[in-house]
Ligand binder design. Structure first.
Ligand code: GLU
Length: 420
């Protein structure tokens, strides 16, 4: 791959997502008006949130909430706290949520929120004030049958608890169905915390079957040790695979014999940082290019690009993060016969169990962990099969196939409502 190719690559997640949406909509037989509607969220709110910091000073944070399309039902998607959040990123993430919900056949459109901040440098109470301030700022456009948030990068069940409490106070009635990913004591679902990783593990198992790879003894590399990456490493380890490398934002750990995942899990902090405790670390770049069977990017966007796609040794790449592989790199991997399971399928276990949580909140009746796991298994396997068969039948890559499957019902709902 020449340097100029790599340097001219489109790393804007919004415009590159729009290109795939355009292709999917066209291949489904819709005209340009459908693309015009689906290429951007129908609503994006930008908010400024003043927060009293522990030192007495006020800091003003910028946040966003994007709602891609509500033709099918309320919008749904997480809220991330991260220093590099941008409006374009939140918009793209809301489109990805629509596609994800479409593939799993959930009665939602996509939504997403983000606040520009670094929670690793904020105290617990500062994070609480920010979480509550964000909910006050967006309260007009969200709600159990409007737009239902959830956790995402660097937010967790505690943040969801504060947000649910704030929303309930504003509305003056208890609203557990306003947000998912809550602690169990506040109406959370059993199995929600591990659901993204469980879904990724199911995709790995299905992809391994297709590729004729035995999971037992296979070499797995996981980039990122947050909620998805850390549980996934554990599940792979428990399944008899050898997890030879993991990473966090600061570096990566590598051991050909397999890492001691249990001890790493015990030593990670709540943001998934663990490599700082070790001396012999490698870089994230080196980690991605390690010789392995299965690679799971579980961190942030634009990790596999034209600059390194031809160096990836894995035979299967399952995206646990949102947007870790660029559209160009997807093409390169597919041409090299790497089976790429895209984010909108790979990490959909999270929103699937969020949907189960919302259903349980609406019913006021709670399921067992086995019920949750069985229903998740069923939906994930069905989703994988549909996307894989579409890719095979149409001779297209798995990402485009996933977008076609994911957008189909939304386009139908838009048409039935007479919007286009
Ligand atoms: N933030 C997760 C995602 O990107 C979960 C969203 C949800 O549960 O609504 O899929």
């Amino acid at each position: 791959m020449s340097q100029s190719d790599a340097s001219s690559e489109n790393l804007n997640v919004l415009t590159s997502t729009q290109a795939v949406i355009r292709e999917a909509v066209t291949k489904l037989g819709y005209g340009p008006d459908m693309y015009e509607l689906l290429k951007e969220p129908i609503r994006v709110l930008t908010v400024r949130i003043p927060v009293r910091m522990d030192d007495g000073n006020v800091r003003v944070f910028t946040g966003y909430r994007a709602q891609h399309n509500d033709a099918i039902g309320p919008t749904k998607g997480g809220i991330r706290f991260h220093p590099e959040v941008t409006e374009d990123e939140v918009k793209a993430l809301s489109i990805w949520m629509s596609v994800k919900c479409g593939i799993a056949n959930l009665p939602y459109g996509g939504g997403k929120g983000g606040v520009i901040c670094d929670p690793r440098e904020m105290s617990f109470r500062e994070q609480e004030r920010l979480a509550r301030g964000y909910v006050r700022a967006i309260s007009q456009i969200v709600g159990p049958s409007k737009d239902i948030p959830a956790p995402d990068v660097m937010t967790n069940s505690q943040v969801m608890a504060w947000m649910m409490d704030e929303y309930s106070r504003i509305r003056e009635f208890d609203s557990p169905n306003f947000i998912t990913g809550k602690p169990i004591a506040l109406g959370g679902s059993l199995g929600r915390d591990t659901s993204t990783a469980r879904g990724v593990a199911i995709c790995i198992r299905e992809a391994a079957k297709v590729k004729g790879i035995t999971l037992e003894g296979s070499r797995v590399v996981v980039q990122g040790f947050g909620n998805a990456g850390s549980y996934l490493a554990k599940f792979m380890h428990d399944a008899g695979a050898r997890v030879i490398a993991i990473s966090d934002a600061y570096g990566a750990l590598h051991d050909e014999q397999g890492l001691d995942i249990e001890s790493l899990l015990e030593r990670r902090d709540s943001f998934g940082t663990v490599t700082k405790l070790f001396k012999n670390t490698i870089s994230n770049k080196e980690l991605l290019e390690l010789d392995c069977d299965i690679l799971v990017p579980a961190a942030i966007e634009n990790q596999i690009t034209l600059a390194n796609a031809s160096e990836i040794k894995a035979k299967i790449v399952v995206e646990a993060a949102n947007g870790p592989t660029t559209m160009d790199a997807t093409r390169v991997l597919t041409e090299r016969d790497v089976l790429l399971v895209p984010d909108v399928l790979g990490n959909s276990g999270g929103v699937i169990v969020s949907y189960f949580e919302w259903v349980q909140n609406n019913q006021g009746y709670y399921w067992t962990e086995t019920e949750v796991a069985t229903r998740l298994e069923d939906l994930m396997v069905r989703s994988f099969e549909t996307v894989y068969k579409t890719a095979q039948a149409r001779k297209i890559d798995m990402r485009l196939a996933a977008y076609m499957v994911g957008v189909r019902r939304m386009a139908e709902a838009v048409e039935l409502r007479g919007w286009v």
